[in-house]
Ligand binder design. Sequence first.
Ligand SMILES: C[S@@+](CC[C@H](N)C(=O)[O-])C[C@H]1O[C@@H](n2cnc3c(N)ncnc32)[C@H](O)[C@@H]1O
Length: 363
Amino acid sequence: MKQLLIYCRPGFEKEAAAEIQDRAGQFGSPGFARTKDDSGFVIYECFSPDDADLLARKLLFRELIFARQMVVVEAEVKDLPLDDRISPLLDAAEGMELCGDLRVETPDTNDGKELSRFCRKFTVPMRQALRGKGLLTDKEVRNRPILHLFFLANNHALVGYSYSFNNSPFHMGIPRLRFPADSPSRSTLKLEEAFHVFIPREEWDLRLTSGLNAVDLGAAPGGWTYPLVSRGMMVTAVDNGAMDTKLMDTGQVKHYREDVFSWRPARKNVYWLVCDMVEKPARVAATMAAWLMDEDCQEAIFNLKLPMKKRYAEAVHNLQQLKEKLAELGGFHIQAKQLYHDREEITVHVYRPFKVARLVPKE
Ligand SMILES: C[S@@+](CC[C@H](N)C(=O)[O-])C[C@H]1O[C@@H](n2cnc3c(N)ncnc32)[C@H](O)[C@@H]1O
């Protein structure tokens, strides 16, 4: 297989393309990326026939910043007859390894949204047909590849697969989250999504739980404080602006009207540091690095705003600076993603696994 399909945020095709070209090249699988502005996806054409499969298995998806999903393209099917799309798609999937699940998807564009109702309705009969042909396991199985049908129009689809150990677990690479009505700002969903993407669910009781202290830098009105408070944490909110009254009434929030770049906690009892500010990314990254290096926090999630131009280069540069700084102490894991709820920004997560290992599990 020569083509790797990368889903991305519409408008970020060039960034996703630059990244896959860069990373696949470093990996030893050169090729070139084909993009169309605002299409919400990129096709990476490998020069070598087996490289798309190799990349899907070995190039760590978690390390890609702008990719929402990574799929090996098995076939492109055009001019599907509208009265029987299933038969040609089954033919296209013939010869594929047995898959454990099916996802019928579209690009995250307005055209894609119009197709999503069809995709939902199409999933059940397609699944049955794939099972009938022995191309899909009878029940959903996690340790098999996932079969993706990526509809570009109602008669045009890419057929492919991703590996469940190296992909996004979410349909279209987007976690579906409900906005909590009592949160003071929609940006709550950014931090909530970061928790879903970066923290394994089985560790939430350890890492996202009551008894932990958190600091929210640039907190007002409290969209990022909200998911911490709702998980029972005590939160110090630092911001010159006003915090939401309902959040303050919980008794779990202390508010300091101070400059976030000079404020530090008096005691080393902070586990989480979160920060969502419209600031120069280099300044935010340097502040986060200083907190982590001084052990003023153990785990951090923050945003880096991207400039209008050279967004990929800027993201890589800032992450590299952060990596170099943190390497002085060592043991840090850094992951960066442009999340679904991120616009002109990426979200970065930094922690040290051995610190997590020291957290005491709840009875
Ligand atoms: C994007 S808003 C934060 C939104 C918040 N995370 C939420 O979800 O509700 C950025 C905040 O940073 C604050 N801010 C910016 N620079 C600051 C500084 N130097 N010191 C304190 N607060 C600052 C602003 O007052 C603003 O409330």
